[in-house]
Design a protein around this ligand. Structure first.
Ligand code: FES
Ligand code: FES
Length: 168
C-alpha cells in the first residue's frame, strides 16, 4: 500500500508532476510538495472549509481528497485566483469590507465564494449565507464576508470588471 504513485495535474495553470504516497492528502501535496501554503488546514476533517480549493471548477475540501485522486485534474488554489498579482474584485472587496480578521479562513472563503459567484451571479443575501455556511470563521467575521461577496456580485451585475487575473 505504500508504493509511491506518479501523478500529473494542472495547478494554477501550470503543469505539475509529483511522486506521492497514496495516503497523501491533496492539501498536504499542495502545501508541502508545491509550497502553496495559502491553502490552510484547520480541522483536517472536512468541517471548517479552510482547505477549500477548486477542482475542475468546483469547490472541494483538499483535506478530504488524496493527491492521487486528482491525477489529470485541474486544481486552482487561492494563489491561482490572482495569477498576475493584482487583487481580483472579490479579494479587493474582502479588503474593502474588512472581511478578514486573522485571515485564517480567508483562502477557503475566497475559493468558495469564487465558485459560488460563477454558479449564482445574482445571489440574495440568504443565498450567500447558505453558500459560505460550510466555511467556519473563528473570528466570526461573517457579516463583512457576506457584504464583500454581495458587493462583488452587485458590481459585476452593474457592469463592473471581473477583476484582474480572474481565472476563466
Ligand atoms: S481543513 Fe479541510 S475542512 Fe477543515
Ligand atoms: S478571519 Fe479569522 S478565522 Fe476568519
Amino acid at each position: 500500500m505504500n508504493d509511491m504513485v506518479r501523478i500529473q495535474l494542472q495547478v494554477n495553470g501550470a503543469n505539475v508532476e509529483g511522486t506521492v504516497e497514496p495516503r497523501l492528502t491533496l492539501a498536504d501535496f499542495l502545501r508541502e510538495h508545491l509550497d502553496l501554503t495559502g491553502t490552510h488546514l484547520g480541522c483536517e476533517h472536512g468541517v471548517c472549509g479552510a482547505c477549500t480549493v477548486l477542482l475542475n471548477g468546483d469547490s472541494v475540501r483538499a483535506c478530504l481528497m488524496f493527491a492521487v485522486q486528482v491525477d489529470g485534474a485541474d486544481v486552482v488554489t487561492v494563489e491561482g485566483l490572482a495569477p498576475e498579482g493584482a487583487l481580483t474584485d472579490l479579494q479587493a472587496n474582502f479588503r474593502r469590507h474588512h472581511a478578514l480578521q486573522c485571515g485564517f479562513c480567508t483562502p477557503g472563503m475566497l475559493t468558495t465564494a469564487h465558485a459560488f459567484l460563477r454558479e449564482c451571479p445574482c445571489p440574495s443575501r440568504e443565498e450567500v449565507r447558505e453558500a459560505i455556511s460550510g466555511n467556519l470563521c473563528r473570528c466570526t467575521g461573517y457579516i463583512p464576508i457576506v457584504d464583500a461577496i454581495l458587493a462583488t456580485a452587485e458590481a459585476r451585475n452593474d457592469g463592473g470588471a471581473q477583476g484582474a487575473g480572474e481565472p476563466k
